[in-house]
Design a protein around this ligand. Structure first.
Ligand code: UDX
Length: 453
């Protein structure tokens, strides 16, 4: 009988994979989840990482870590898109030097290929230079991979004036113009150039992995396969469930909230978190606090250090503490996947970063959507209008609308219907990663592809 594939791999002295995550929390998590999965298939793993936002090697004792200089100065407070453009320039030489050194290290197992984030487009040229195959991982969904900034600008959607923001984008139903990717930088030419380079580097790669699952984005995946018909595309999500417990939190997660959740009634708590990059104004914070207080719902609220424009912290509204002492808890950073899995959590007020969106679906928790930038608006639109497992706040943070939306999600029958629908998606997600499921089989094909190099 054919030996188990992972046994075959181990007998080949665990061929080595070199993996290179984009240094942002929402990209580090899926890359390290993938690394853990491939390690369990018998590969030895080397993680090359930047000094900026470097992962913690102690969480992954089986992996080898290599840090490279990234050319960033510690005080650089740049928006993520500008940072990405700089990193694509400053990391090329240190990355190539590091990879060349690893290749010349003789006795170590041979390097089968590199796996990098799609955003690090420069790595394709390095892979070509060193004669290594490159596989790319997309940390976001398929939808926003097709509705790329390049394509949408060439169709003129970014030159529209406000009056057309609510127009539907016929090529990408149910998206409206207002749901298309938006950016923190004013330099949209830089975004356009980045979009082109990423697209070309994906087309030149040896495989395109997407952290989604077939039942979630079937139509978008068909579009993606048409757009990238020369590259094999593998849906291997949801990685957070396929490889549980292998995230790498850059901030210390406050586990005291788990004991607090244990004291709450089932499905009574709304969990509030806007990811690792979003920031809000002091006025927004006050509106959120008043909306939570007036909703009478228990809440677990993540207020990430540095997430309030220009303030380390701000005073909460008069009377907020007294009014919410018994039913509210604020932490700086939470063990999010454990929180969403807790039976007392009945709703997730989120910015709809892709990982948060997938994690909420995988735990069957309906969402209150407050997208901020980039792919979040499209994700929120899909949650609220296509999958219909959430409610979207469309007019920013205003206490009365917040109170009303929380009640719709947590108390009204509408929230119950959303819970039923998201439970269906949750079951489909779990089926995809079980033996014989689409993501399970895709991962087996990825292993075969790597072993064919
Ligand atoms: C970024 C972009 O903002 C997002 O649009 C894109 O889809 C991915 O990259 P981020 O904003 O950090 O991501 O959000 P998200 O994708 O949700 O990733 C956040 C990660 O941090 C999640 O895996 C979540 O589980 C984790 N997290 C968040 C915690 O561990 N604790 C917290 O308190 C909050």
């Amino acid at each position: 009988m054919e030996k188990a594939k992972d046994l075959q791999i181990q007998e080949m002295k665990a061929p080595r994979l070199v993996m290179f995550p984009l240094p942002f929390q929402g990209h580090i998590n899926p890359m390290l989840q993938l690394a853990t999965l491939l390690n369990s298939k018998g590969f030895s793993i080397t993680i090359i990482h930047t000094h900026f936002n470097s992962p913690n090697p102690s969480h992954f004792p089986n992996f080898h870590f290599e840090s490279i200089l990234d050319g960033l100065s510690d005080d650089q407070a740049l928006d993520p898109i500008t940072l990405i453009s700089i990193l694509n320039d400053t990391c090329q030489e240190p990355f190539q030097d590091c990879l060349s050194r690893l290749l010349s290290n003789g006795p170590d197992p041979p390097i089968k290929c590199i796996i990098t984030d799609t955003v690090f487009h420069f790595t394709q040229a390095v892979a070509d230079q060193l004669g290594l195959p490159r596989i790319v991982l997309r940390a976001n969904g398929a939808t926003t991979a097709t509705a790329t900034y390049k394509l949408l600008r060439e169709k003129g959607y970014f030159s529209m004036k406000d009056q057309r923001l609510d127009s539907l984008v016929p090529e990408f139903p149910p998206l409206r113009v207002r749901d298309l990717p938006s950016f923190s930088t004013a330099d949209l030419e830089m975004v356009y150039q980045l979009s082109i380079k990423m697209e070309n580097a994906i087309k030149a790669s040896s495989g395109f992995l997407v952290n989604t699952f077939n039942d979630l984005e079937p139509i978008e995946l068909e579009k993606l396969r048409r757009d990238y018909h020369l590259v094999q595309i593998f849906t291997i999500g949801p990685l957070n469930k396929f490889s549980p417990g292998s995230s790498n939190s850059l901030l210390t997660q406050d586990h005291s909230c788990m004991a607090w959740l244990d004291k709450q009634a089932p499905r009574s708590v709304i969990y509030v978190s806007f990811g690792s990059l979003a920031s809000i104004s002091k006025t927004d914070l006050v509106e959120i606090a008043c909306g939570l207080a007036n909703s009478d719902q228990p809440f677990l609220w993540v207020v990430r250090p540095g997430s309030i424009h220009g303030h380390d912290w701000v005073e909460l509204p008069e009377g907020f503490e007294e009014k919410t002492r018994e039913r509210g808890k604020i932490v700086k950073w939470a063990p999010q996947q454990e929180v969403l899995a807790h039976p007392s959590v009945g709703g997730f007020w989120t910015h709809n970063g892709w990982n948060s969106t997938l994690e909420s679906i995988c735990e069957g928790v309906p969402m209150l959507c407050c997208p901020y930038l980039w792919d979040q608006k499209a994700n929120a639109r899909y949650v609220s209008h296509l999958w219909r497992v959430g409610v979207q706040l469309e007019n920013g943070f205003e206490r009365d609308e917040i109170e009303w939306a929380i009640r719709r999600l947590m108390v009204d029958t509408e929230g119950e219907k959303m819970r039923e629908r998201i439970s269906g998606l949750q079951e489909k997600a779990m089926n995809c990663i079980r033996k014989g499921g689409s993501s399970y089989e895709s991962l087996e094909s990825v292993v075969d592809l790597i072993m064919s190099f």
